[in-house]
Design a protein around this ligand. Structure first.
Ligand SMILES: NC(=O)c1ccc[n+]([C@@H]2O[C@H](COP(=O)([O-])OP(=O)(O)OC[C@H]3O[C@@H](n4cnc5c(N)ncnc54)[C@H](OP(=O)(O)O)[C@@H]3O)[C@@H](O)[C@H]2O)c1
Length: 315
C-alpha cells in the first residue's frame, strides 16, 4: 500500500492508505520516495494559510527525494535505482508516478537527506536576488536571516559582489553580526551601510517588520515580500510609497518558475546543484521521523529551533 499524508481539518493531517500508483505511462517515472523536510510552507498549507489552494486530496510535502523504481516508454536517461529530486508538490507518500520533466537527476553519491532540502530554497534565493535587480557593489537587507533561504541568499550574493545586511528577530549564535529587529532598525542598517544606499529588502516576516524593512531603503528602493512568518498583514508608512518611491512586490517560487519554462528550470537546477557541491553548505537536521509519525514531525517543526525536521518516507 501507499501511505500518504493529506491535509485534514483545522491544522491537522490525515494519514491515508491508498493503492499503489499504476505502472508509468509513456514519459512517466514511478519513484519510491526517500526523504522530505517539513518546511514553513508545509505548515502554512496544513493550517489553510498557504497562498494557493492545493486541494484536499493532494498529499502534502513541497519537497522530496526519491529513487527510480521503473520508467515508462521514452524515458531513456533514467534507470531503476537512480536518485532524483522531485520538482512537483505532493511528496509525503511512499510512491509517486510523475512526468520525467518533474524530476531532477542527482549524482549517485548525493546525500538524500541534504538533497531533500534543495528543491525550494536555492531557487527561491536565486530568483529573489534576481528580482532585487542588485548587482556588484550593491547593498540589500534581508530579515529572517537565520533561515535556509537567507543562508542561500548570502551564499549566492557573495560571488556576485552584493553585500547583504542580515536581520534576525533574536540574537542568533550562528550569525553574530546580524542586527536584531527593532524600532531603530533603519538607523542601524544605515550606519552599517556607511552612507551607501540600500537598494532592496527581502522580507519573509510581514506585519510591522515590513514597515521597518522599508525604512531601511534608499529612495526608489524595492521591497520584495515572500513569506508570512508573523502571520500579520503588512504595515508600511504610506509616504514611503508616494514620496519615497518605494515599490513593494510579492514573490512566489512556483509561478516564477512557470514563467521561466521547463528547460530554463533544468539549467537553473544544474547550476544550483553544482554551486551546492562547491559551497559545501550543509544544513542542520534536528530529527528524521517515519512518515507514519508525520503528526509528531509536524508538531516538532512547529516548535521552531535549530535544524530541519524531516520525514523518512520509507518507513
Ligand atoms: N515565496 C516563496 O516562494 C518561498 C519559498 C521558500 C521559502 N519561503 C518563505 O521563506 C521563509 C523562510 O523559509 P525557510 O525554509 O528558509 O525558513 P527556516 O529555515 O525554517 O527558518 C525560519 C526562520 O524564520 C525565523 N522566524 C520564525 N518566525 C518568525 C517571526 N515571527 N519573525 C521573525 N522571524 C521569524 C526563525 O527565527 P528563529 O531562528 O529566531 O526561530 C528562523 O530562523 C518562510 O517564510 C517561507 O515560507 C517562501
Amino acid at each position: 500500500m501507499n501511505l500518504s499524508v493529506l491535509p485534514g481539518m483545522a491544522g491537522q493531517v490525515r494519514l491515508v492508505e491508498a493503492s499503489m500508483p499504476p505502472p508509468p505511462c509513456s514519459g512517466e517515472v514511478l519513484v519510491r520516495m526517500l526523504r522530505a523536510p517539513v518546511n514553513p510552507a508545509d505548515l502554512l498549507a496544513i493550517d489553510g494559510r498557504y497562498s494557493f489552494d492545493l486541494g484536499p486530496e493532494l498529499p502534502l510535502g513541497a519537497e522530496g527525494t526519491a529513487m527510480v523504481e521503473t520508467v515508462g516508454e521514452g524515458v531513456t536517461d533514467l534507470s531503476p535505482g537512480d536518485k532524483v529530486l522531485l520538482l512537483s508538490r505532493g511528496n509525503w507518500c511512499r510512491y509517486r508516478c510523475v512526468r520525467r520533466s518533474h524530476l531532477i537527476a542527482l549524482p549517485p553519491d548525493k546525500d538524500m537527506t541534504q538533497a531533500a532540502m534543495l528543491r525550494i530554497n536555492p531557487p527561491t534565493a536565486r530568483l529573489l536576488l534576481q528580482a532585487t535587480g542588485a548587482g556588484p557593489g550593491d547593498i540589500i537587507v534581508q530579515n529572517g536571516a537565520a533561515s535556509m533561504v537567507a543562508t542561500w541568499v548570502r551564499a549566492l550574493a557573495a560571488p556576485i559582489g552584493i553585500s547583504v545586511i542580515n536581520v534576525v528577530r533574536r540574537a542568533a549564535g550562528a550569525l553574530p553580526d546580524a542586527l536584531v529587529d527593532g524600532d531603530d532598525l533603519a538607523d542601524r542598517v544605515k550606519m552599517l551601510a556607511a552612507g551607501r544606499p540600500v537598494s532592496a529588502a527581502l522580507d519573509c516576516v510581514a506585519g510591522t517588520a515590513t514597515g521597518r524593512m522599508a525604512e531601511c531603503l534608499a529612495p526608489g528602493g524595492r521591497l520584495i515580500l515572500f513569506g508570512h512568518l508573523s502571520g500579520e498583514p503588512i504595515s508600511v508608512r504610506s509616504q514611503m510609497l508616494t514620496g519615497g518611491g518605494l515599490s513593494i512586490s510579492g514573490f512566489s517560487l512556483r509561478p516564477a518558475e512557470a514563467a521561466m519554462g521547463g528547460d530554463a528550470m533544468q539549467v537553473m537546477f544544474s547550476e544550483l546543484m553544482a554551486f551546492h557541491l562547491r559551497s559545501g553548505i550543509i544544513f542542520p537536521v534536528r530529527d528524521i521521523l517515519p512518515l507514519s509519525q508525520a503528526q509528531t514531525a509536524i508538531a516538532q517543526a512547529r516548535l521552531g529551533g535549530r535544524g530541519r525536521v524531516l520525514l523518512d518516507l520509507t518507513q
